[in-house]
Design a protein around this ligand. Structure first.
Ligand code: RIB
Length: 341
């Protein structure tokens, strides 16, 4: 099997040598063609064509001081919550002719760091990050190196960093209070790792609601950590809960994907929803209302989260940091309301 020699990507210097001009002349042909004589311009364009030269956009943007790319790192772009947030970012960036590059950290701090390094090397204007850990020192250092930083989907732990988030403590309270109002006293919370601030805050909200109702979380709350923050994780956790003697009568899920998995398992096991087990999700993504048993969910203003984060980033590095917090809203549907068995 013959292997093609890896062709080196032609550089500006290769083009200059081929056209017998300076690198600056090649740059002028690319960026300020009016400054180059037609004959020289033709010779340079012929060399670009011969060498299949592709200008390095980042290098050009860096030289011209017109960096027009922004990076975003979310936990999982396959989660429609983050897709909707990314769309909000993109819509705001487009108004100023910026482009967006999105990556998923998969809740892995190492993967997050690799993408941050890639974005920095690419010369992005700034990054919006849904942190995979509680640490932000690496983000403060990035900002000190001149890359704009906005925390997304979690409040900044320091006034020096801008952030856009939703009050997840309140979101957990809304979900738990609703289930208590329906008469549930054995609640399971299908949660993510507490290293993710959203997950820790939602649990705090659930505990606040139970305490306000005079119920000891140690007796009335079962927290189960999802193996993954998606439908497969929700299915696995629900199977484990159904196998328990003290089966919970209500499942609060850390996001709608996990709730989708819980509903799948409950339907497969013939468990009536909400008659035997009520289910509440979080995010209120588009599919929540369309399910066979429409899902009660804690709504986040997803598109607005993205828009505001992009807005804060484009204000510039010298702008005073701002921490924006939106309020969640409980949307009640059939998966938790109605007659209990
Ligand atoms: O998956 C993690 C969750 O955190 C998302 O669904 C969204 O709720 C974010 O805040």
């Amino acid at each position: 099997m013959t292997t093609e020699p890896q062709r080196r990507r032609a550089s500006v210097s290769d083009v200059a040598r081929r056209a017998q001009v300076s690198v600056g002349t090649v740059s002028n042909v690319l960026n300020r063609p009016d400054r180059v004589s037609p004959a020289t311009r033709e010779r340079v364009l012929a060399a670009i064509d011969d060498l299949s030269f592709v200008p390095n956009g980042s290098a050009r943007q860096l030289r011209a001081g017109t960096i027009t790319t922004v990076g975003a790192i979310v936990l999982d772009i396959a989660n429609p919550f983050f897709t909707d947030v990314a769309r909000g970012i993109e819509d705001r960036l487009a108004r100023d002719d910026y482009t967006l590059m999105v990556a998923s950290s998969e809740e892995d701090p190492e993967r997050e760091s690799r993408y941050l390094r890639l974005f920095e090397e690419h010369g992005v204007r700034g990054v919006m990050v849904v942190p995979a850990t509680d640490r932000v020192d690496h983000l403060l250092a990035l900002r000190e190196r001149g890359v704009g930083v906005v925390l997304l989907d979690r409040p900044a732990p320091t006034p020096d960093l801008s952030s856009v988030a939703v009050d997840d403590v309140r979101g957990g309270e809304l979900a738990a209070q609703h289930l208590l109002d329906q008469g549930h006293t054995r609640v399971a919370f299908l949660n993510g790792p507490h290293s993710i601030r959203q997950c820790a805050d939602r649990l705090r909200g659930v505990e606040h609601a139970l305490a306000a109702a005079g119920l000891d979380p140690a007796e009335h709350l079962t927290e189960i950590t999802l193996p993954s923050l998606n439908a497969d994780g929700g299915e696995a956790a629900t199977r484990a809960l159904l196998a328990r003697e003290d089966r919970p009568t209500a499942l609060f899920c850390v996001n709608d994907l996990a709730a989708l998995g819980a509903l799948r398992t409950l339907r497969r096991e013939g468990v009536d929803v909400p008659g035997e087990v009520a289910v509440v999700g979080y995010d209120d993504v588009a599919f929540a209302a369309e399910l066979a048993t429409p899902l009660t969910s804690v709504r986040q203003p997803t598109h607005l989260l993205g828009e505001r984060a992009a807005d804060l980033l484009l204000r510039g590095r010298d702008a005073v940091a701002e921490q924006v917090v939106f309020q969640p809203e409980l949307v009640v549907r059939a998966s938790s309301a109605g007659d209990r068995a």
